[in-house]
Design a protein around this ligand. Structure first.
Ligand code: NDP
Ligand code: 8X3
Length: 260
């Protein structure tokens, strides 16, 4: 799909009410795509979507979805309005980290939440969307992984495991779809300043701000650029994986910070 062809395509973004998902919505809106957007917080999602609709004069359909809820995912995607049932690009972005303790002190509810969202949610949504892509022999799935899917780091345990799972699922999916025209990519960022750390630290804004202190993190728009690049390559080009890091970050744990 070339950049100009994106204007006729339907792009489905999970977790579009904030951060990277919202930035992807803005980037694809600017290119004139039709946007199918979901998140749990429908009010916040509509606050993102409506200005894009007005500004870019595009079709946008929003709906409330908790990707952890298997029955809800199946129902919601089966019952999409007819004109929204053909999805060209699926961006599996909904995800989170919750908690930051050594495994021996970990909160099991936090682990469940991360695995249910980052792994099972991605599987549920993909399983619901993919058969129609296979039947049409076209489509593109772009997962938002993480540097945490390539490296392990102290106290990362369940989150790193969930993002390693996303990396494995991306590779497996490419193998399962070999011989079709469906593309599968993963965009794997290092530190991006979003609500991510506030969510990870359960509302502790000071602790979250310290993650980005003295360094220049990626912006959600930087990641959206990479996602858009994957989607706008010609149909015979599949970007398998993009690892995108701030210049100030060399690995999950090596960050250069300016001193005060
Ligand atoms: P944000 O917290 O800003 O956004 C997360 C989005 O996911 C929100 O829109 C949220 O919407 C949605 N979401 C969370 N849980 C669910 C759920 N159960 N069902 C549906 N939607 C859900 O964080 P980011 O933008 O940073 O995170 C987006 C993705 O990027 C995640 O997969 C994250 O792991 C990944 N990532 C982030 C990095 C970072 O440093 N920020 C680095 C590497 C990867 P709502 O609450 O309304 O449901
Ligand atoms: C988010 C980046 O380094 O906190 O996936 O795991 S990190």
């Amino acid at each position: 799909m070339t950049k100009s062809q994106i204007s006729s395509k339907t792009v489905f973004i999970t977790g579009a009410s904030s951060g990277i998902g919202a930035a992807c919505a803005a980037h694809f809106a600017q290119a004139g795509a039709r946007l199918l957007l979901c998140a749990r917080n429908i009010d916040r999602l509509n606050e993102i979507a409506m200005p894009l609709k007005d500004k870019h004069k595009i079709d946008i359909h929003t709906f409330q979805l908790d990707v952890r809820n298997r029955a809800q995912v199946q129902q919601a995607l089966k019952n999409l309005p007819k004109e929204w049932q053909t999805i060209d690009v699926l961006i599996n972005n909904a995800g989170l980290a919750r908690g930051f303790e050594p495994l021996q002190e970990g909160n099991i509810d936090d682990w469940e939440e991360m695995i249910d969202t980052n792994v099972k949610g991605l599987l549920y949504v993909t399983r619901a969307i993919l058969p129609a892509m296979v039947a049409r022999n076209s489509g593109h799935i772009i997962n938002i992984g993480s540097v945490a899917g390539h490296e392990a780091y102290p106290k990362g345990n369940a989150y790193c495991a969930s993002k390693h799972a996303v990396s494995a699922l991306t590779k497996c999916l490419r193998m399962d779809l070999l011989g079709t025209k469906i593309r599968v990519s993963t965009v794997d960022p290092g530190a991006v300043e979003t609500s991510f750390s506030v969510v990870r630290f359960k509302g502790d804004k000071e602790r979250a701000a310290a993650v980005y202190k003295g360094m220049q993190p990626l912006t959600p728009a930087d990641v959206a650029d990479a996602v858009f690049y994957c989607a706008s390559c010609p149909p015979h080009v599949n970007i398998s994986e993009i690892i995108i890091m701030p210049t100030d970050q060399a690995s999950a744990t090596m960050v250069h910070r300016k001193q005060d």
